[in-house]
Design a protein around this ligand. Sequence first.
Ligand code: CDP
Ligand code: MG
Length: 133
Amino acid sequence: MEKTFIMIKADGVKRGLIGEVISRIERKGYRINKAKLFKPKRELVEEHYIEHREREFFKGLVDYIADEDVMAMEVEGEDAIEVMRLLIGDKDPKVAGPGTIRGDFSSSLSQNIVHGSDSKESAERELHLWFKE
Ligand code: CDP
Ligand code: MG
């Protein structure tokens, strides 16, 4: 069994999609091991998205999530990292297929409801970052 880090981002929480997202994860057969709804500090969000720090969208990305309610989760199941990415869908609304979370609920390249770790290394790093303590 594999663990991955999933976050319902600020737009997902504001739009009342917590239940929808969790329900899709559970229906697929995955387990929510940990969950916390809180407002992450700027430094935590910057660290989370550190790989994008040089990108032009970085500040906007941090502004959209920092100090806003998000739901951080540890999700567990068979090949959880890859399967959750599939369930989430592509960040490009022109690519995200219907039936995926982003495909069904997002028309934006930046505000796209949910984050999921993209590799084993990211999952370990992100779970540690968001759930230390
Ligand atoms: O979230 P995902 O791993 O699918 O995509 P990413 O390329 O790692 O980008 C991380 C996040 O940055 C995206 O989910 C968007 O919220 C944001 N982003 C953006 O605002 N504008 C872009 N051109 C690319 C990404
Ligand atoms: Mg990514």
